[in-house]
Design a protein around this ligand. Structure first.
Ligand code: SF4
Length: 339
């Protein structure tokens, strides 16, 4: 049903780079000795629970939500850092979960990641030239060509003077420069997809806009597709084309950035927007704001709406699971307020 809805929204097979269908990943938490003695059931964390979406080539798809919503787990599943319990991932027309060894080499070359922390994601014992060149070495690119490609990548991310930066160690660089190195490392293989997991959240405010502007210009120049993971809707608004809002492992709202951020439908999205620092109090982003419960009320089990305990509009019907349905063209929401 969801897949139908997304097709209706205008996604065409020819322009979709990534298709994710009913992805599921549950983690089983270990029980304490006391819980075992008390005969309590195994605790299951439904980190990702039936998530479907498509990402068009050359666009930025934002996965947004608070900590624990499942957004980083989805990224790790897409990149096959962990295996899903169920679901399907199609990348450039190929089923990622059934790729053979050669297929995985192709996939790893074309799907790269930028991590959140530029301080721990770079090996402190390697010079920049080796850090950025490492993926090329793994893929068998020779030394001379490798060095040329690294220097070009450093130029692309505006790390000047290139010859000097290339021989520095990470501790000799600022946070912004380190994240530029991380971007160069992701870029050097000329991937089709880059998954950026909160790439600016650990940087100074003054540097964030520069890094996002750089990523945006690289996207246009190289037709890169991004999955941008964030809890910060103000950067999503600047950087994204489409967005999925996640809550406890499920998508609760999805659509274009403009539709979702200027006309939020789900109470959780409305609350997230309420939390965006907004210098202009009359902004359109302020038109629909609600207060969610900071002290959750009665929980419902995972068969119902997972936002039930915090939702000011919760009704009896919300004890069932609301489907993600298209309520306006291309704008999907999972909430019984929009039956
Ligand atoms: Fe609130 Fe019910 Fe909508 Fe869930 S389905 S967000 S509990 S109104």
């Amino acid at each position: 049903m969801l897949v139908m809805a997304m097709s209706d929204a205008g996604s065409t097979q020819s322009t979709d780079l990534l298709e994710v269908y009913r992805l599921r990943k549950w983690f089983r938490a270990k029980r304490s000795i006391l819980e075992v003695l008390q005969g309590r059931d195994e605790h299951v964390v439904k980190a990702v629970d039936g998530v479907s979406f498509t990402v068009k080539q050359g666009s930025t798809f934002v996965l947004a939500g608070e900590s624990g919503s499942g957004k980083s787990t989805i990224a790790r599943l897409i990149l096959r850092a962990i295996e899903p319990d169920d679901g399907r991932i199609v990348f450039a027309g190929r089923d990622v979960l059934s790729l053979d060894k050669a297929g995985m080499r192709w996939f790893r070359r074309n799907a790269q990641m930028i991590h959140q922390d530029p301080y721990s994601s770079l090996n402190p014992r390697m010079r920049v030239i080796s850090i950025v060149g490492e993926p090329l070495e793994v893929h068998g690119v020779g030394k001379v060509e490798r060095e040329e490609m690294v220097l070009r990548a450093l130029q692309e991310v505006r790390l000047e003077p290139v010859e000097e930066i290339a021989y520095r160690y990470p501790h000799m660089l600022s946070g912004g420069q380190r994240q530029r190195v991380a971007i160069a490392r992701a870029l050097v293989l000329k991937p089709m997809l880059i998954v950026a997991d909160e790439p600016v959240s650990m940087l100074d405010l003054s540097v964030r806009a520069e890094i996002l502007e750089l990523m945006q210009s690289l996207k246009v120049r190289h037709n890169i597709t991004y999955i941008y993971i964030t809890h910060d809707l103000s950067t999503a608004r600047y950087f994204g084309d489409t967005i999925a809002i996640l809550y406890r492992g499920r998508i609760v709202e999805m659509g274009s950035i403009d539709d979702v951020l200027h006309d939020p439908l789900h109470p959780y999205t409305q609350a997230l927007i309420d939390a965006i620092p907004e210098p202009d109090p009359s902004s359109r982003l302020r038109e629909k704001v609600i207060r969610i419960r900071s002290h959750p009320g009665e929980e419902v089990d995972d068969r119902g709406c997972r936002f039930y305990a915090r939702c000011p509009y919760a009704m009896d019907v919300c004890r069932d699971e609301p489907a993600l349905v298209e309520v306006k063209k291309g704008h999907h929401v999972s909430c019984f307020l929009y039956k």
